[in-house]
Design a protein around this ligand. Structure first.
Ligand code: ZN
Length: 72
């Protein structure tokens, strides 16, 4: 399986071990981290790691019951 680095555009051959893979891949050309999703040898998505690790805005689920338990 081959992916194209989104940072430098180089084709990276990952071999058959990555035909079903989801996780980080390091480009050996420019050392960029890429979040790769592949299924059955088909590349589903290649996302630059910097974009993946951007802080997402979400509401912190505050549980009042657990807070009470700490106080009592
Ligand atoms: Zn690269």
């Amino acid at each position: 399986m081959k992916i194209n680095c989104t940072s430098c555009g180089h084709s990276i051959d990952l071999g058959i071990n990555y035909d079903d893979y989801q996780g980080p891949i390091k480009c050996w050309v420019c050392s960029a981290m890429l979040e790769v999703k592949a299924e059955s040898g088909q590349v589903k998505s290649v996302i630059p790691w910097s974009r993946v690790s951007e802080p997402k805005q979400y509401e912190e689920p505050l549980s009042p019951s657990s807070t009470k338990r700490l106080i009592q």
